[in-house]
Write a protein that binds this ligand. Structure first.
Ligand SMILES: NC(=O)c1ccc[n+]([C@@H]2O[C@H](COP(=O)([O-])OP(=O)(O)OC[C@H]3O[C@@H](n4cnc5c(N)ncnc54)[C@H](O)[C@@H]3O)[C@@H](O)[C@H]2O)c1
Length: 440
């Protein structure tokens, strides 16, 4: 099928490249000229493992352009994958989606399948249909919601082997076209959830809301662990092995961040408000998350003996999670800015996110690796659990630090092992003084 993807960011680029791998001819379109110029020179504008190889493999079926009119005219199916950032009131900003819909209405030259991949509030499918209609086109647009569940860092695998494909549509022909687009997934027995547009739109927000709830829940448990002398790692495992709960997403840490959870929880609360109801759980989840981020600043200050002014903190990891360069809403932002406000000097490193971090922070000194970063520091903060930070040579780190203090915001290390190396150790929710017998 001839397919256009509008928006060539984290989701649009992976979608375009993945669909080309499924055998379709794909035009990836973006109004950011720099991005398209880079892609046309074979340069990938984002850090995503495996993306480069799969792009190269499918280059004959891929085109990158800023010519939206041509992309729309040449395609039977058009995916909208533009950003939906957060408005000041928490609602989703639909200006880019609206603009894409207006362009489709303006340039369409035949029947088109218009598929929303962006995460959009319930009712956006109707809104897109109205915008296209208002353009006065004589052609029919079938509107489909097809939310994306990929995770940055494993986006290729998630797109090529999804746990489910959700399709929201109002007519059978549109559903059939979607099944054709995802044909290779049928042989993998991928479950398809076929429903109406509204349910599909809500599925995406409900999924992210639920996952964010798990994170805030375990972070509240972690706070309690610190007070009662329990270890959150053991508590998480002890509850997570119950299949009804599940072990994933029960990792206590510095709070959720990234390009999705913060804005999607806010949007979900906003959708509820717009319909005269209150999503109490989600509102608490956001409140807890804000408090957790603040708690991490306080924890680090406690590690500096409560006297932060003039001290130096080495921050390992800046991206909101490993294997991405994405800094959007990273928990390191309130952490670093909170520490700087209290007079702390920051040294930092990250395997992929430094370029993006430089656009956010003032007065942060960047280094290539953990050992350089730790030089002269009064505390070492493990902020993102990249693999390289899981296997630090602690004696070497200790030898370059001013004071050997570790603040392990990702609970990567066993407290007693780090203490045995001569460090003062602070984890998240690790209140147990006595180490547990070796975990089985
Ligand atoms: N990043 C993720 O992990 C993820 C996962 C699932 C869903 N989503 C959702 O997918 C959507 C896109 O997210 P993203 O992270 O890829 O965003 P992004 O900011 O990386 O990419 C959006 C792209 O759209 C382009 N764009 C905006 N308006 C345009 C227009 N009118 N014409 C052409 N291009 C236009 C921008 O230049 C940008 O390159 C969001 O709704 C997000 O919530 C993201």
């Amino acid at each position: 099928m001839d397919i256009a993807v509008i928006g060539t960011g984290y989701v649009g680029l992976v979608t375009g490249v993945g669909l080309a791998d499924f055998g379709h001819d794909v035009i990836c379109c973006d109004n950011n000229e720099e991005k398209i110029a880079a892609l046309n020179q074979g340069k990938i504008p984002i850090w995503e493992p495996g993306l480069e190889q799969i792009l190269e493999r499918n280059s004959s079926r891929l085109k990158f352009t800023t010519d939206l009119a041509d992309a729309i005219r040449s395609s039977r199916a058009i995916f909208i994958a533009v950003g939906t950032p957060q408005n000041a009131d928490g609602s989703a900003n639909l200006e880019y989606v609206d603009e894409a819909a207006r362009s489709i209405g303006q340039y369409m030259n035949g029947p088109k399948l218009v598929i929303t991949k962006s995460t959009v509030p319930v009712g956006t499918g109707r809104r897109i249909a109205n915008i296209i209609e208002q353009a006065g086109t004589p052609h029919r647009a079938s509107i489909v919601s097809n939310p994306e569940f990929l995770r940055e860092g494993s986006a290729i695998e998630d797109f090529m082997k999804p746990e489910r494909v959700v399709i929201g549509a109002d007519d059978e022909a549109a559903v059939q076209l979607m099944r054709d687009i995802y044909e290779p997934l049928h042989s993998l027995d991928t479950p398809f959830v076929v429903t109406n547009v509204e349910s599909s739109e809500l599925i995406k927000y409900a999924a992210n809301g639920f996952l964010a709830t798990k994170i805030s829940f375990i972070n509240e448990v972690a706070a309690l662990c610190e007070k009662v002398g329990a270890d959150v790692q053991d508590v998480a495992r002890g509850i997570g092995l119950d299949k009804r709960i599940g072990i994933l997403f029960l990792q206590a840490g510095p709070g959720f961040g990234g390009s999705c959870f913060p804005k999607d929880t806010a949007a979900l609360a906003s959708i509820a408000k717009q319909h005269d109801s209150k999503f109490r759980i989600i509102e608490s989840v956001m409140e807890v998350n804000d408090a957790v981020k603040q708690r991490m600043v306080e924890k680090t200050i406690e590690a500096l003996d409560g006297e932060p002014r003039g001290k130096t903190v080495a921050v390992l990891g800046l991206a909101f999670k490993p294997e991405t360069d994405d800094m959007r809403d990273s928990p390191t932002i309130p952490l670093i800015e909170g520490l700087q406000k209290r007079g702390v000097k920051i040294r930092a490193c990250d395997p992929a996110a430094v370029q993006n971090a430089e656009k956010i922070f003032d007065n942060v000194a960047y280094f290539h690796d953990a050992y350089e970063t730790a030089e002269g520091a009064d505390a070492l903060v493990i902020a993102t659990e990249w693999n390289v930070f899981r296997t630090l040579r602690l004696e070497k780190i200790k030898s370059v630090m001013h004071v050997p203090v570790m603040v392990d915001l990702r609970n990567v290390y066993e407290p007693h092992r780090v203490r045995a190396e001569g460090f003062t150790y602070f984890g998240v929710g690790r209140g147990a003084e006595v180490p547990a017998p070796e975990r089985v």
